[in-house]
Design a protein around this ligand. Structure first.
Ligand code: CAA
Length: 258
């Protein structure tokens, strides 16, 4: 598959997906959203890919938000469609992807860019990152799930402050808030993200997928996370990965999952 605004590189069992519109600080226009959806689904279907790392092209930004130039003339109805389709087609897809996704955030992750990072399973930031939801400065609110996911990650009070003030926080603050899993230097961000990806990729892919499903279930209305956990736990016992993992433990060797 080839894309106009994305690059995909493979290393061992890791796919590095680059949003490649540096002249617009990797802003998410309609085409990039559609390409990202297609790319994530394609990578999910590829059983050789055990973890995805998403980055932004250039040194300045991960993603500076939805493409303001594209929606500037939109009506109320078009605005609603933009948010709904974006959430359904891309942001929820990433969150529910069975392959784990790490956002490696160097530079700006703003608006839809931070919302995309928050839909990922794990976020790594650098000491040069700036994260924020500046939509209220445009007369908007976050539309790609930001009001919900930010509150889930940092708590309601901090989310309210970040969204209503439009203040940016740096990488260290994001780590303190629990918005970022780790903060590292900009020069080591990709390497550290790949190290984590390699660690994840060496584990049972079926168990990793089951874990994502169970954790996500706790945040979904109408689902009981504990019940989903019981179900997924039970299903693990019927897998080749379980046989391999337990056999490796008992015979004192490293497991190798297909
Ligand atoms: N959409 C479209 N273009 C963007 C963009 C965006 N979100 N962010 C940056 N760009 C473009 C700029 O317009 C500029 O293009 P031109 O050279 O053609 O003018 C180019 O990228 C470089 O940007 P700047 O010259 O502005 O760079 P800077 O270093 O002076 O500032 C910045 C960097 C602080 C990130 C600034 O670009 C900025 O504030 N960007 C917008 C951030 C924002 O408001 N994001 C939220 C978007 S709305 C949203 O995401 C809604 C939603 O939830 C669904």
């Amino acid at each position: 598959m080839s894309f106009e605004n994305l690059l995909v590189n493979y290393k061992d069992k890791i796919a590095v997906l680059t949003v490649n519109r540096p002249e617009n600080l990797n802003a998410l226009n309609k085409q990039t959203i559609a390409e990202l959806r297609a790319c994530f689904l394609d990578l999910e279907a590829n059983k050789n890919v055990r973890c995805i790392v998403i980055i932004g092209a250039g040194e300045k930004a991960f993603i500076a938000g939805a493409d303001i130039k594209e929606f500037v003339t939109f009506s109320e109805e078009e605005g609603k469609t933009l948010a709904r389709e974006g959430q359904e087609q891309l942001f929820n897809t990433i969150e529910n992807l069975s392959t784990p996704v790490i956002a490696a955030i160097n530079g700006y992750a703003l608006g839809g860019g931070l919302e995309l990072a928050m839909a990922c399973h794990i976020r790594m930031v650098s000491d040069r990152s700036q994260l924020g939801l500046p939509e209220v400065t445009l007369g908007l609110i976050p539309g790609y799930g930001g009001t919900q996911r930010l509150a889930q990650l940092v708590g309601k009070g901090r989310a309210m402050e970040m969204i209503t003030s439009a203040n940016f926080i740096d990488g260290k603050q994001a780590y303190v808030y629990g918005l970022a899993n780790s903060v590292v230097s900009a020069s080591t961000l990709l390497m550290e993200s790949l190290k984590l990806a390699i660690k994840i990729a060496g584990n049972s892919p079926l168990a990793v997928t089951a874990a994502i499903k169970a954790v996500n279930a706790g945040y979904k209305e109408g689902e009981n996370g504990y019940e989903v956990e019981v179900d997924e736990f039970g299903k693990c016992f019927g897998t080749e990965d379980f046989k391999e993992g337990t056999d490796a433990f008992l015979t004192k060797r490293k497991p190798s999952f297909n």
